[in-house]
Design a protein around this ligand. Structure first.
Ligand code: XUL
Length: 519
C-alpha cells in the first residue's frame, strides 16, 4: 500500500510517499514558503515585524503551497496509487472562518485555486502561529478565571501559555469582537488542512487539540470552564474532537480531478507536528522517550498515564496512537553548549576531547548553563551558575567547565521530566549534537539507560504516512517501525558508570535551582 504523509510546518510544506509492502520511501517533496511563494512577504513562513509579540501567517500561503506540493509529487510518482493520506501541522496556529466556509468546502471548483476560493471564508486575514508571544494578559485572565494556573494545567495538560490557541482566541475576541462574532469555525493548522483535503469540517485530534488550553486531557472533551474563560460562544465555533485513529472521510473531489488521486483515497485525521514526530521516530509506545538536541533541546515521550506537570513547565498532548504524550522544552540547548565552547575559543573537536578527558560526575563540580531565560524550570537567567572549587567557579578549567555544562543540562532534564513517571527501556537521541559520542555517553550515564541514535529524517511527514497506513491498511505499527524507523547502525550506548557517581552533582544542581528560583 502507498500512503502519503504531509508536514505543514512553519517554513515549508513537505510530503513523503511510502510503500508499505516493499518498506521503502517512494518519493519526497517540499515547498519552501519564502522561496516558492515570495509574494506573501513571509521569507521564513511568517509575516515579519509583528507588534507586541504578534507572529502571524497567511493561510492562503499554506493552501498555495499544498497545490505546489501536489504538482511536484504528481511529477514524481503516480498519485492514483496512494490509498490513504494523513498529515500534521505546526502546533497552536489557528484559522478563523466565516459562515461561507462549509458551503465553499463542499463545492470547490477545479477552475480556480484553493486560495482564491477559500480566501473569502477567512473572518480573520491572518493566523497567529506558535511563535506568537502577545497574549501574556490573556493567559493571566484565563488563569485567574480558573482560580490559578495549577487548575488550568491539571485540566488542559499545560498552564496557560502565550502561543497556545485559547489565549490567542481570547486576544482576537478582545481586539476585534465583531470579527470574532462573524467567525463560525476556528481550526488549527492541522484540522484546517484536513478539512480542505476531505471537503468537510474535520475534527481536531487529541494530539493537536491539547495544545489549545481548551481540551480536558482527562476525558478529551472541550472543557466548559476553559471555554467560558476564553471567549463567548466558543463551543459552537470549535470542531469536534477525535482520537488519532479516526478516518475523516474520502479525499475531496477537487484533488481527485485536479491531481489524479484515486476517488477512494482515505483521509486519517491530521495531528500536530510533535505528536506526528513521536510516531515517525518509532517512539509512540511507552518506554522510548526521545531527546531532540537543537538550538533548544526537547524531550518527548509516550506516557503510561495522563498526569500533568505539577511544576507547570511541561505539556501533555494526546498520543495519536492512543493515550498521552509529554513534551518539554529546554531553551538552553545547543545555544548553551556553544556559549561555553566559545568562552574558551574551542572548536567542536576540542569540545569533544574535553568531555573525553574528564571523568563522569566531574568530581561534583556542576553548572546550570542558563545563558537565556529558561522555561524548564522557569528561571529568568542572567548567566550560568557554577558550584565547585574556586578555580572552577572562576572558569579557569576549560575541560571541567565543558563537562559541567553538558552534565548540568542532562541532570536538569532528568529532574524536570520525573513528573512524567516514565520507565524507559531505551532513550532515542536525535538532532545535530546527538552525533557526539561523548555527549551521548553522558546522556546514558545520567539517565542510567541505554541510548540509541536515530537515523530518521523528516519524522513529522513520515509519522503521518505511517498513521495513514496503520489506520487505513491495518498495518501493524511494529512492521512500519521496522521498515521506516531504523536506528543508526552501531549507535547503541550503554551506561558505563554506577548511578551513585552522579548523586552529589544531582543534589548540587537541585540546590542551585531552588536557590535561583527563590531569588
Ligand atoms: C510546540 C511548539 C512547536 C510547534 C512548531 O509546543 O510550539 O514545536 O509545534 O513546530
Amino acid at each position: 500500500m502507498w500512503t502519503l504523509g504531509i508536514d505543514a510546518s512553519t517554513q515549508s510544506c513537505s510530503a513523503v510517499v511510502i510503500d508499505t509492502e516493499v518498506g521503502v520511501v517512494v518519493t519526497e517533496a517540499s515547498v519552501n514558503f519564502g522561496q516558492s511563494l515570495p509574494h506573501y512577504g513571509a521569507p521564513s513562513g511568517f509575516i515579519p515585524g509583528g507588534s507586541g509579540g504578534e507572529v502571524q501567517s497567511d493561510p492562503r500561503m499554506w493552501l498555495d503551497a499544498l497545490e505546489l506540493l501536489f504538482e511536484a509529487l504528481g511529477a514524481q510518482c503516480d498519485l492514483s496509487r496512494i490509498a490513504a493520506i494523513s498529515g500534521a501541522g505546526q502546533q497552536h496556529g489557528s484559522v478563523y472562518l466565516n459562515e461561507a466556509w462549509p458551503r465553499v468546502l463542499t463545492g470547490l471548483s477545479t477552475e480556480d485555486s484553493l486560495a482564491s476560493q477559500i480566501g473569502p471564508c477567512l473572518s480573520r486575514e491572518t493566523a497567529p502561529i506558535w511563535m506568537d508571544t502577545s497574549t501574556a494578559a490573556e493567559c493571566a485572565e484565563i488563569n485567574a478565571a480558573l482560580g490559578g494556573s495549577d487548575r488550568v494545567c491539571a485540566k488542559s495538560g499545560s498552564i496557560a501559555i502565550e502561543r497556545f490557541t485559547g489565549p490567542q482566541i481570547r486576544r482576537f475576541y478582545k481586539k476585534d469582537p465583531s470579527a470574532y462574532e462573524q467567525t463560525e469555525s476556528i481550526h488549527l493548522v492541522s484540522s484546517f488542512l484536513c478539512s480542505v483535503l476531505s471537503g468537510r469540517n474535520a475534527p481536531i485530534d487529541t494530539g493537536d487539540g491539547a495544545g489549545m488550553n481548551l481540551l480536558n486531557i482527562n476525558d478529551w472533551s472541550w472543557d466548559p470552564e476553559l471555554l467560558e474563560a476564553t471567549a463567548p460562544d466558543l463551543a459552537r465555533k470549535l470542531p469536534s474532537v477525535a482520537d488519532g485513529a479516526s478516518t475523516v472521510g474520502p479525499l475531496a473531489d477537487y484533488f481527485v480531478r485536479k491531481y489524479g488521486f484515486s476517488a477512494d483515497t482515505a483521509i486519517t485525521v491530521f495531528t500536530g507536528d510533535n505528536p506526528s514526530s513521536l510516531v515517525g521516530m518509532g517512539a509512540s509506545r511507552p518506554g522510548r522517550p526521545v531527546i531532540s538536541l537543537g538550538t533548544s533541546d526537547t524531550f518527548f515521550a509516550a506516557m503510561p498515564g495522563a498526569v500533568a506537570d505539577p511544576g507547570g513547565c511541561g505539556h501533555v498532548f494526546g498520543n495519536p496512537l492512543g493515550g498521552c504524550m509529554s513534551l518539554q522544552c529546554f531553551v538552553n540547548g545547543s545555544l548553551a553548549r556553544e556559549a561555553v565552547k566559545d568562552r574558551f575559543s574551542y572548536d567542536w573537536g576540542q569540545f569533544s576531547e574535553a568531555l573525553e578527558a574528564t571523568p563522569p560526575g566531574n568530581g561534583g563540580r556542576v553548572m546550570l548553563p542558563f545563558f537565556q531565560p529558561e522555561i524548564s524550570p522557569r528561571i529568568d537567567a542572567t548567566g550560568p551558575r557554577l558550584r565547585g572549587d574556586a578555580a572552577f567557579e572562576r572558569w579557569e578549567q576549560p575541560a571541567v567547565a565543558i563537562r559541567a555544562c553538558v552534565e548540568g543540562q542532562f541532570i536538569n532534564m532528568l529532574q524536570c521530566t520525573s513528573w512524567m513517571r516514565l520507565n524507559p527501556e531505551v532513550l532515542y537521541l536525535t538532532g545535530g549534537a546527538s552525533k557526539n559520542d561523548a555527549l551521548a555517553q553522558i546522556v546514558a550515564d545520567v539517565f542510567q539507560v541505554k541510548v540509541q541514535r536515530l537515523a530518521v529524517s523528516g519524522s513529522v511527514a513520515l509519522g503521518a504516512a505511517m498513521r495513514a497506513a496503520h489506520n487505513r491498511g491495518g498495518i501493524a505499527l511494529e512492521a512500519l517501525e521496522a521498515a521506516f524507523c531504523q536506528p543508526e547502525p552501531n549507535s547503541l550506548l550503554k551506561p558505563q558508570v554506577h548511578s551513585a557517581v552522579y548523586l552529589q552533582s544531582m543534589e548540587r544542581i537541585a540546590e542551585l535551582k531552588s536557590a535561583w528560583i527563590d531569588t
